[in-house]
Design a protein around this ligand. Structure first.
Ligand SMILES: *Cc1c(COP(=O)(O)O)cnc(C)c1O
Length: 402
């Protein structure tokens, strides 16, 4: 199995972790060929996660924007509300084959923590989730959900007390407990084999899109658009189309509120090649190689690195990168909710924001698919603040007084 995508990827980790990564790679390769494993995975994806997710023809939006036909892949209908459950189930099943009994993860906004805690509960693992102390305070609802699911949330008090410190704590834990513990990584990032393994698990998304568009249109789409944090929903949507050169693939990054360092999370432009968290790719970093602060209205895109395969596909010109600002995302969010009755996650609204610009420039016979990676329930507090909904704050105050 190749550990690199061009010059990107690789396995830049402490010596102590090499055997665990080799073991994981070996077992994953064996699992891929095992009919029983495939059966178990498909059963859970269908009967627990809710796959396949629907491909919705956005009739109202297509008419309103007056150009290409718009289809929405509604990954928000997955169990736990986003695409993440798919690679969590996959990894947990590989961990089971390895005889591991404990899952660990690190999380920033908490969504990956909730997905990990969910599969841990379902498949009988104990679960510890590392989270920066600052994030624990900011993301109480997800901390509460993880605890209800039976996971232990461990606040990390070192450094900036945010995601990168949680990553370091999780790696340290894995080194110490590698015998019984699987480190469940939440995107197509990290050392080999994670980027390849998570892409393979998520590639069911593009596989479904292909069949669903063929059934409706009798051909392939002209565009597939997805938002890019680490890149798992984007690689999932893109993977099955890589060899179909006529299908344009577009990744949308978080343009945030400005172009200065710290105001956005666009690695293209903004990032440079480096080695961080076990892999080589583009990172938002300073001249010392320290990760920069990022900003996005959506917590899931607020990440300084990007999956190595996406860096490679961008160099090759196979995937085009654009960005959407916080303001564009909020207006796209409103348009999607009011036109199609779908409340997207703010991450997914980035992908849709680009579609709002693109669709009117294309002729009516073109077909655009937007991957809606998740639903927006989780963003209630951010949305109420962004839309300055006074009544929502009144509600919160009255709730506390009760
Ligand atoms: C976590 C998350 C993302 C970002 O992660 P990727 O690995 O880039 O897909 C995007 N959308 C939603 C809804 C998420 O929860």
């Amino acid at each position: 199995m190749k550990s690199r995508f061009g010059k990107y990827g690789g396995r830049y980790v402490p010596e102590a972790l090499i055997p665990a990564l080799e073991e994981l790679e070996r077992e994953y390769l064996a699992a891929k060929k095992d009919i029983k494993f495939k059966g178990e995975l498909q059963d859970l994806l269908k009967n627990y996660a809710g796959r396949p997710t629907p491909l919705v023809f956005a009739k109202n939006l297509t008419e309103k924007l007056g150009g290409a036909k718009i289809y929405l892949k509604n990954e928000g209908l997955n169990h736990t509300g986003a695409h993440k459950i798919t690679h969590c189930i996959g990894q947990a099943l590989v961990a089971k084959r390895l005889g591991k009994t404990r899952l660990i993860a690190e999380t920033g906004a908490g969504m990956h923590g909730v997905a990990t805690a969910t599969v841990a509960a379902k498949l009988g693992f104990s679960c510890d989730v590392y989270m920066g102390e600052v994030d624990v305070a900011r993301q109480r609802p997800n901390v509460f959900l993880m605890e209800q699911l039976g996971a232990r949330v461990i606040p990390v008090e070192t450094g900036t007390k945010t995601l990168k410190d949680a990553v370091n704590a999780a790696i340290k834990d894995w080194i110490e407990n590698v015998k019984d513990t699987h480190y469940l990584l939440g995107s197509v990032v990290g050392p080999h084999p994670y980027p390849t393994m998570n892409r393979d698990f998520q590639s069911v998304v593009g596989w479904e899109i292909k069949r669903q568009v063929r059934a409706r249109e009798g051909r392939l789409p002209d565009y597939v658009i997805a938002c890019v944090g680490g890149g798992s929903n984007a690689m999932g949507a893109f993977a099955d189309f890589l060899r179909n050169k006529e299908v344009k693939l577009v990744g949308v990054e978080a343009g945030g509120r400005g172009k200065k360092a710290g105001e956005h999370a666009t690695r293209f432009p903004g990032g440079s090649v480096g080695v961080v968290e076990g892999y080589k790719s583009y990172f938002l970093q300073d001249s010392d190689g320290q990760l920069q602060k990022t900003h996005s209205i959506s917590a899931g895109l607020d990440y300084p690195g990007i999956g190595p395969e996406l860096a490679y596909l961008r160099d090759k010109g196979r995937v085009e990168f654009v960005s959407a600002t916080d303001a564009e995302v909020l207006s796209a969010f409103r348009l999607l909710a009011k036109s199609e009755g779908i409340i997207p996650a703010l991450e997914s609204a980035h992908a849709f924001a680009y579609c709002v610009k693109l669709a009117p420039t294309l002729s009516k016979d073109k077909v655009v698919v937007v991957n809606l990676s998740g639903r927006g329930d989780k963003d209630l507090f951010i949305l109420a603040e962004a839309f300055k909904d006074e009544k929502f704050y009144e509600f919160l105050e009255n709730y506390i007084k009760k």
